[in-house]
Design a protein. Structure first.
Length: 127
């Protein structure tokens, strides 16, 4: 499992040349972002991401991009670029502070927690 909020998925898509998909990713629900994170984790840990995109970026980024593209287009493929575009070129709605990005992660993390522990945690006022 790789936990990333919608805006972080969108930022990575944009920076790797997938501007239209990035706009669509901004509208993802927390559940959909969690689905992408779950798939990305499986792609990363199985080695599939490295096999599908052998010359891609390092770390978990290829897995996140492959999972997001698969979710949004219905088929997995590498992103248009191998290297990131500069962050300064991001659209205004994707330019968030680090604190704002951490805040955006909470709903996705809540969905993941509910999935691991059952929906009872969503209704628990003491969590």
């Amino acid at each position: 499992m790789i936990t990333m909020p919608q805006v972080s998925i969108a930022r990575e898509l944009w920076r790797f040349g997938e501007q239209e998909l990035a706009r669509r990713a901004m509208a993802l629900t927390a559940d959909e972002a969690a689905d992408i994170g779950e798939r990305a984790g499986a792609l990363h840990h199985s080695g599939t991401a490295a096999r599908v995109w052998p010359n891609g970026p390092s770390g978990v980024t290829p897995a996140v991009l492959l999972a997001a593209i698969e979710f949004l287009e219905g088929e997995m493929r590498p992103a248009s670029r191998v290297r990131r575009l500069p962050e300064k070129g991001l659209p205004a709605e994707m330019r968030l502070t680090e604190e704002e990005r951490w805040d955006a992660m909470k709903p996705v993390a809540d969905v993941e927690m509910a999935r691991r522990h059952g929906d009872r945690r969503r209704d628990d006022p003491h969590r």
